[in-house]
Structures are given as C-alpha cells and as structure tokens.
Design a protein around this ligand. Structure first.
Ligand code: SF4
Length: 428
C-alpha cells in the first residue's frame, strides 16, 4: 500500500494510512474523501478493499429471503416514494393474512430462511396488527426468521394502539420477531428529512425505536438513502451517528447504503423538490462504499451492496470497494421497482455465487443475523442444487408489483376491514 500511496496527494495518503493503522476517520476527513478523484479515488478504493480483507476476509455472503410488501396504501406521502397509494387509489392493495401466510410457506418451501415484511401505513389499521401478523406468520412457519417493520411502522403501531415503543417491541419480540429493518432512515438529519417528507418519523424517533430494539435484544440493520438533496457532510454525519449508536449497543448487523432511485420518484419526476439529483453517480457510489468501510468497518463489519438499487454488475464491483455482502434473493421486490429500478425482483443463489466467485471471493449463504449457513469454497460444479435456482424469471407464481396493483382479489377497499382485524388466523 505504501508504494501506491506515494502517487496520491499527501493529505489523502495520510488519511488512508491512518485508517489502515486502525485510527478513526473523522467527519471532516471523510467529507474530504467524498470528493477524491483520479489516483486519490483509486487509493481510497484500495484502502477500503484492504481493510475489508483484514476485517472480514474473502467471504461474500447473501441470504435466501422473500420480500412481502403487504400493502401499498399509506397515510403518508413521502416525496421520494413511488410505491405508496392513497386509500382512494384504484391501485391500492392489501394482502389478506391468509395470502401472506401462503407466500411465507411458499418461500420456506423454496429454501428461504427469512421473510422481510414491510409496507405502507394503511389508514384504519388496528394498532396491534403488526404484532398479530408476526404471531400468525411464526405460528404457521416457526423456523422462518421474521425481519419486519421499519421504525416508521413501529411508531405507527404505537400511535394506533396507544402502546409505548418499548411495550410494542417487547410484544413483537414475544411473538417471534427476529430483527427490524433499519429503514425509514433516509438521511438522519431533520432539515433534510423535512424536505424529503414532511410527516416522516424524526431522527430522534428513529433513534428511539432502534436503540430500544437493541436494548431489548432485537438486532436491526442500518441504511442510508443518498443521491438526492443531501450534502457530503450530511451523508457523513449520518454514518458517524450510526457509528456512535453501534458503539453503545452493538445492535446493528449491517450497513446498507441505498442509492436514490429517481425515475418514478415524485420529488424528481414531478419536480416536487427543487435541486433533487437523479441519484448518485457511479463514482459517488464507489466512494460512499469505500468511506463506509473506513468509517464503520471496525464497528459494523458487514457492508451490503444492494443489487436492487445498483444492479448486479455494479453490486459485484462494489465487492472491491469495501462491500462483503450482496443482500437477499428477495423473490418479490416492489419498492425500488415502483421507483423505476430495472434490476428485477429476484435473483437466484446460483447467480449470486457466480458473481462472487468471478470477483475472486468465496460465496457464503448466511442467516439474517450473519451466521454462516454454508460456505461454497469448492468447485462450482459441486454446489448442491437450490430450489430457487430452478425458478425461471417469469414464473407466474411470483407475479409483479404491477400485477399486485391490478389484482381484484387484493384491492384495498374490499379486503380492508377483514384483513386489518387484530385476530390470529387459524393456519394449521
Ligand atoms: S416511504 Fe413508507 S411511509 Fe412514506 S409514503 Fe412510502 S410507504 Fe408511506
């Protein structure tokens, strides 16, 4: 590394050397690295890759999971969100609990170890809905990990039920919730959040849900949505806040930088947010990953490249810029797809393994909480077949977001009263 650093600017070389020696990268220094170009850029990427190798080795993990965005009807109108619909929309859907359970069972039969349940905030929802949904899913499929409910949904459940965050999360854990997604974070800076979505959960409320979850032994992920109106400093302060929270609790399992998908986003497409950028550039994405490795690697060692946001090719390249995880197979993806992402709604384990090996690394199927399930360190020909590898891209079982919004069985109005009742379903 010394030889390569001799060709980069002295300030950047010093910062990278200090990071490689284990010193903490400060906010001002990380902001400086947000603008590096040319040889400095390459040196930053090399440093992040070296740190990744030292911190987590050559394994690259993925999880076999299924996303279930069970309703797109939402009382909020976040300007970045192309997924949500009002309760008067012809395209509003709400999956009945029987349907959700069937989809979880189907996922399990295809080898999924996790279901990720996240959705809009449907008006009139019973306050205990999330608790009862989790209970129903776990009763039906006890060995599935339920990774569910963003801090915004937890807060909505609290508001609708009158329960405190602590009580609500305690009940969720008691019925089998495995972990929370650290979504609805966007950029943890209130002025930025107000511009993106007036009624959004505040930074302090997000922190309250996350830290309470950690205190109760519920792990969470952490995310950043970037490439819209935020500054370099706001991005870096967000990462610094996650670093501080992690030092206190150790409850974050991973960090997932999420590129803003602009194509169908109202704040870009309809010009609702002047100055909104069309997502980060390729170099911005690479720099952000490398800086994330430098800032967070010692406290949150797992850095995920989202193929949904970046595409498989860019996600694969990010494995050389500090990333060590490619996320999940998803099976159904609605939120990024509705925003205009064109990378599909599922990927097979075999394809993930192919990309990981081609990047010179070792594929590992992991659990949601990063326990190793299987390392594929032998010849690809000896990989055991996975049920999801046999599923074709256009398998009608899995439908699409567009199909969901037009399926008369799932229209919001006809099903809302029944589906939103807080009872448990007989599922056996
Ligand atoms: S981001 Fe979530 S809370 Fe905001 S409008 Fe979309 S579904 Fe609703």
């Amino acid at each position: 590394m010394k030889t390569q650093l001799s060709t980069v600017s002295p300030r950047v070389a010093t910062l990278l050397e200090r990071s490689l020696e284990g010193h903490e990268l400060s906010v001002p220094d990380a902001v400086l690295l947000c603008q590096v170009k040319g040889r400095d850029f390459h040196a930053l990427v090399q440093a992040a890759d070296a740190l990744r190798e030292a911190q987590v080795g050559d394994h690259v993990s993925y999880v076999v999971n299924r996303n279930l965005n069970f309703t797109n009807v939402c009382v909020k109108a976040c300007k970045f969100c192309a997924f949500s619909r009002t309760n008067r929309s012809e395209q509003g859907y709400f999956l009945p609990r029987e349907e959700i359970v069937e989809r979880v069972k189907e996922a399990r039969s295809l080898g999924a170890t996790e279901v990720c349940l996240q959705a809009g905030l449907a008006p009139g929802l019973d306050g205990r809905f999330y608790i009862e949904l989790c209970r129903t899913v776990k009763e039906a499929v006890p060995d599935i990990h339920v990774h569910a409910f963003s801090p915004e949904e937890v807060k909505y459940g609290c508001e609708r039920s009158g329960m405190t965050v602590r009580t609500y999360l305690t009940e969720l854990k008691a019925v089998g919730l495995g972990s929370l997604p650290g979504t609805s974070a966007e950029v943890l800076d209130d002025p930025v959040r107000k511009r993106l979505a007036g009624g959004r959960i505040t930074t302090q409320e997000w922190i309250e849900v996350i830290t309470t979850a950690h205190e109760l032994g519920i792990p969470t992920t952490s995310t950043l949505m970037y490439g819209h109106v935020e500054t370099d400093e706001e991005r870096v302060r967000h990462i610094d806040l996650l670093r501080t929270l992690q030092r206190r609790s150790g409850g974050f399992t991973e960090f997932v930088p999420l590129s803003f998908v602009h194509q169908e986003s109202p704040m870009y497409k309809k010009g609702m947010l002047p100055g909104c950028r069309p997502g980060p550039t390729g170099h911005e994405v690479v720099r952000l990953f490398a800086i994330s490795r430098l800032m967070l690697g010692a406290s949150i060692p797992n850095l995920q490249a989202s193929w949904v946001k970046e595409g498989l090719r860019q996600a694969q390249l990010l494995l050389s810029a500090g990333a060590n995880d490619l996320g999940g197979t998803l099976i159904n993806e609605s939120i990024s797809t509705s925003a205009g992402a064109a990378h599909g709604q599922r990927v097979s384990p075999a394809e993930l393994r192919r990309l990981i090996r081609e990047a010179g690394r070792i594929p590992v199927e992991r659990s949601t909480l990063y326990a190793q399930r299987q390392a594929f360190d032998a010849d690809p020909g000896s990989d055991p077949p996975h049920p999801l590898d046999q599923v074709s891209d256009d398998d009608p079982r899995f439908g699409s977001y567009a199909a969901l919004t037009t399926d008369p069985r799932f229209r919001f109005e006809p099903v809302e009263r029944e589906a939103m009742k807080p009872r448990s379903l007989p599922v056996h």
